[in-house]
Design a protein around this ligand. Structure first.
Ligand SMILES: *[C@@H]1O[C@H](CO)[C@@H](O)[C@H](O)[C@H]1NC(C)=O
Ligand SMILES: *[C@@H]1O[C@H](CO)[C@@H](O)[C@H](O)[C@H]1NC(C)=O
Ligand SMILES: *[C@@H]1O[C@H](CO)[C@@H](O)[C@H](O)[C@H]1NC(C)=O
Ligand SMILES: *[C@@H]1O[C@H](CO)[C@@H](O)[C@H](O)[C@H]1NC(C)=O
Ligand SMILES: *[C@@H]1O[C@H](CO)[C@@H](O)[C@H](O)[C@H]1NC(C)=O
Length: 909
């Protein structure tokens, strides 16, 4: 194993055999997968581009925040009361669900002196940690909410009376219901008046727990053992009810989703694994074995990977359950990234609940096996499983055997489930692959809505929130994903912490550290033409030919419904043909000889290419002094032959329709207003005034943008100089008129303020324009010469160190600007070399834990109390660290966890 060469894996990718995730011995496989294929994934992997990008200022989103209050991360929708409840730091709000800018009620919940003092004494920050972060908001009944806050690292819960909007003031212990640490992962769900939580049970955050709080009983919880929960990051929990046809008397189940450190795979450092776990609602714990512990806790691995590239997304960030009428119709969606965040890929996988149920009810168990004294491995359990099946909920079959509750389960079954909570079989996604893979984003949140389109098909519209405050809206059409739009929801680039959907108000609610934002689920009216409306391929939107508007189908009347046009494959040919715009109606643009013309043309689709035609033939940048920019065409130094018709076309490729759609976005007639021949200094004012009238806004715009135009033209010509010398003469020779008027005195540096055209003699401006251009060329030429000389000297190492540093910086920035994909690979390679070093020097964990330190942010602290505390760190065993006391890794761990664990007395530290 130690002789395995990474270099082999990298160079000989074809022979790299990639073990399936279900194979238990996959340490190196995973390594190969992550390192060898990073480049391939980031360059060739499938990924989608959002068609439309909306900025915050493009949209009229409703926002809520109050000065001095932060961390609006807990949201609860209450359909009956038409309210959105928001839990923030030290405050709870009731907002109007229809308009979150309307705040109906507010209550503050602060931490008193004494707990605050305790908290600061333990080394926590008074301004950050020792405040009360509201993390639980759950409906108890019509009148009350159950609320919990971190309360200066002493979690407390209370009842909130909705009528008066006040706390009852008799706080209960919140341990096991709410996290101590406001930044620690956490999940909770209220089911029939019982609170289910996934959190940490202690101050250190090192004792994870999945618990149920049901007032008359004491907490029912998980066993404290790494085989049950190993440094989990909880993301979501919800109940799945059996529904009406529970013929076999099955129980309702609560599912938990989290990422934890794997025990079953060998890996350098910690390998994260996404999990789904479940408990039965009727579980009461065992009689002797597993007293006050779950008897039905089982967990399995969630798989979200690209099989053809063997790329594994192993961190789950959020889950949304799309409940059907029956549990078996239920589908859930998860957002995943890779543990190696720098790969920059996010994925969405969907799963059938039946698949999960199948794994839990029929899957093989895994068992811990001790190999070669110290090396603990997890392997498939092949022995006989006791009956009733360990971890199963109580059903009619068991009741027939006089087992009517978990208290009656035989010890053999209980002991087995205590030791074997993990199932071997993985939960595979629908279609065995992600529904969606996106590059350069980190998804943090997901909600999904089912929409019936006009074609009568039902589409799952996926809304994903990112760590940069952006929302993506995607739809799956015939197996291909299409990202309809990307919306900048939050003003700042900060993570979306919570995302809720209300079909009733057709709104999404996003919570972040700085506020709450409400956004409609669709922006149909933003699409102004039929082509645009259809090409958007938004299941919510359709074109109404009568009103000539793009409308939301959910809001349209049945009468309107019949005439609506929608085509989710983006076949814009179904649009009614519009009468062609006559060339006579094109906008007239008149400019002076040698000045520049700016012909604006905005395309709002990221999937479209812009195409400019002049006099009916295709324009290319190379053809003349044209610059096709993002928002228009720039013609600098307009010459007489530039006059004519200009058309801006958008060519959009609609893959599902298999067609290109071209449409005319703008048309211009460019004409020259020839200035009087020299010497014209006398007074061209009259004509210019006339020009300004005819040329309208564009000529003025062109003048105002003079300095930008110059810069662009200069840099463009400079590029030409380097590549094709013949054109140089052309570009360096100014038009005849300006040669005559060459007057260096009037040169203005490009960055100087260009006076307002009205306040200046137009001819003077004209002169200045051309002179500065010539000067700029000269300057550029010298600069290039100077640069060449410097580069040469630098290259020959004639110049001292600063030059070399500059060289390094230049090369470095060049790389990062053009090859973002390789950065991911580089980081991977760095890991690879670090891993190699581990092999060489036999100091595994010291290096390993350094290289994986950034991953640590994803997780909370490790186990220190259990004898099996090395499980998450299998390699430390496999490299000969037999006795835990000799193992450096734990020293490193404790160091990195600083003061907050100062009072740890666990044996491992
Ligand atoms: C709370 O919000 C502040 C301000 O945005 C942020 O710096 C901090 O990290 C947040 N804390 C948590 C626990 O989310
Ligand atoms: C269940 O209990 C009933 C009455 O207590 C008894 O008659 C029956 O034999 C028991 N059945 C089994 C399978 O133990
Ligand atoms: C995604 O998150 C990782 C880890 O937090 C970070 O390194 C990376 O830059 C993020 N990528 C993007 C595209 O935001
Ligand atoms: C367009 O046609 C006109 C007249 O036929 C001609 O003068 C002009 O140079 C042409 N312009 C371009 C850009 O081809
Ligand atoms: C569609 O347009 C693009 C860009 O103009 C072009 O590369 C592609 O070949 C066109 N495809 C078809 C089928 O016309």
């Amino acid at each position: 194993m130690n002789q395995y060469s990474l270099a082999d894996a990298m160079t000989d990718k074809g022979n790299l055999t990639v073990p399936k995730l279900s194979e238990s011995n996959m340490g190196f496989g995973v390594l190969g997968v992550f390192l060898g294929l990073l480049l391939e994934v980031s360059t060739h992997g499938p990924h989608a581009v959002p068609r439309t990008s909306w900025k915050q200022q493009d949209l009229d989103l409703m926002e809520f925040s109050e000065p001095g209050i932060f961390n609006y991360s807990t949201l609860l929708l209450n359909e009956e009361r038409d309210a959105l409840y928001v839990g923030a730091r030290e405050a709870i709000f009731e907002l109007s669900k229809k308009n979150v800018t309307i705040r109906n009620k507010k209550v503050l919940w602060r931490v008193s002196e004494q707990p605050m003092a305790m908290c600061t004494l333990k080394g926590k920050s008074k301004e950050r940690d020792c405040l009360n972060y509201i993390r639980v908001l759950q409906v108890v009944d019509d009148e009350r909410l159950y609320v919990c806050g971190t309360h200066a690292f002493q979690p407390q819960c209370d009842y909130l009376n909705l009528g008066e909007f006040s706390l009852e003031g008799q706080p209960e212990d919140g341990r096991g219901k709410c996290s101590f640490d406001p930044s620690q992962s956490f999940t909770t769900v209220m089911v029939d008046g019982e609170l289910y939580s996934g959190t940490a049970y202690n101050f250190l955050g090192s004792e994870p727990i999945i618990s149920r709080y049901s007032p008359p009983h004491s907490l029912l919880r998980t066993e404290y053992s790494t085989s049950w929960l190993n440094e989990p990051s909880f993301v979501f929990a919800d109940v799945i009810r059996e529904g009406k046809n529970k013929a076999d008397g099955e129980d309702d189940k609560i599912y938990y989703f989290f990422t934890e450190v794997s025990v079953e795979y060998e890996f350098f450092g910690k390998l994260l694994i996404p999990r789904v776990a479940r408990v039965c609602k009727g579980d009461l714990g065992g009689q002797r074995t597993l007293q006050k512990k779950w008897t039905s806790f089982l967990k399995a691995k969630l798989v979200c990977s690209m099989p053809e590239l063997s790329f594994v997304f192993n961190v789950v960030h959020d889950v949304f359950i799309l409940k059907g009428s029956d549990w078996s119709d239920t589908v859930f969606y998860g957002v995943f990234t890779s543990q190696w965040g720098n790969v920059g890929l996010s994925a969405v996988c969907a799963y059938h609940m039946t698949t999960v149920e199948e794994v839990f009810s029929k899957g093989k168990y895994m068992q811990k096996a001790t190999v070669e004294q110290s090396h603990t491995k997890w392997v498939r359990y092949n022995g006989i499983t006791p009956s009733p099946r360990p971890g199963a909920c109580i059903n009619n079959l068991m009741r027939q055997q006089n087992i009517s509750s978990s208290l009656h389960l035989p010890d053999k079954t209980l002991q087995f489930v205590k030791d074997h909570p993990l199932l071997e079989d993985p939960v595979l996604p629908i279609g065995n692959r992600p529904r969606l893979i996106t590059k350069d984003v980190n998804y943090t949140q997901i909600v999904v809505e089912r929409v019936q389109a006009l074609d009568k098909n039902i589409y799952d519209v996926i809304f994903t929130g990112t760590d940069k405050g952006v929302l993506h809206k995607s739809v799956l059409f015939e197996g291909e994903v299409h990202i309809v739009e990307e919306i900048q929801l939050l003003r700042n680039s900060e993570p979306i912490k919570n995302l809720l959907l209300s079909p009733e108000t057709q709104s999404l609610y996003a919570g972040s550290d700085s506020g709450v934002v409400q956004s409609p689920t669709a922006f149909c009216s933003k699409y102004s033409s039929c082509d645009d409306c259809i090409l958007a391929r938004d299941p919510y939107c359709a074109w109404d030919p009568k009103d000539a508007a793009c409308v939301n189908i959910l809001n349209s009347s049945s009468q309107q419904f019949r005439r609506l046009i929608q085509s989710l494959n983006g076949d814009a040919d179904r649009c009614p043909s519009v009468s062609a715009v006559s060339q006579k109606d094109y906008q007239r643009v008149t400019v002076r000889l040698g000045s520049s013309a700016d012909l604006p043309c905005l395309i709002n689709s990221n999937l479209a290419h812009v195409m400019w035609k002049s006099n009916g033939s295709l324009l290319t940048e190379a053809s003349r002094f044209h610059f096709i920019a993002e928002n228009g065409l720039l013609i600098y130094s307009v010459a007489p032959e530039d006059q004519g018709y200009y058309e801006c076309w958008s060519v959009e490729w609609a893959p599902a329709a298999g067609k290109n759609f071209s449409r005319l976005l703008a048309g211009y007639i460019l004409s020259l207003d020839l200035p009087p021949r020299p010497p014209p200094q006398a007074s061209p004012v009259a004509t210019t005034l006339g020009n300004q009238e005819t040329s309208g806004t564009h000529a003025v715009e062109g003048n105002l943008k003079t300095d930008r135009v110059l810069l662009t033209s200069a840099s463009f010509t400079a590029a030409v100089v380097l590549t094709s010398p013949p054109q140089t003469d052309l570009s360096l020779t100014p038009p005849p008129s300006s040669t005559i008027k060459f007057q260096p005195k009037q040169y203005l540096p490009p960055n100087s303020v260009v006076p307002h055209p009205d306040s200046q003699d137009p001819s003077a401006e004209y002169l200045q324009h051309n002179n500065s251009m010539a000067l700029l060329f000269l300057f550029l030429l010298f600069f290039l010469l100077f640069l060449a000389a410097m580069v040469y000297n630098c290259h020959m190492q004639y110049l001292p160190a600063p030059c070399l540093r500059l060289r390094a910086a230049l090369l470095g920035s060049h790389k990062s600007a053009h090859q973002p994909e390789y950065r991911a690979c580089e980081a991977g390679l760095m890991e690879a070399s670090a891993m190699d070093k581990i092999n060489m020097t036999e100091q595994p964990m010291q290096n390993g834990s350094q290289t994986t330190q950034n991953l640590r942010a994803l997780r909370d602290t490790g186990y220190e109390t259990e004898p099996e505390c090395g499980n998450g760190q299998v390699p430390s065993h496999s490299f000969g660290g037999d006795s835990p006391s000799q193992e450096k890794p734990f020293d490193v761990d404790c160091d990195s966890q600083s003061i907050q664990f100062a009072d740890a007395d666990e044996p491992c530290c």
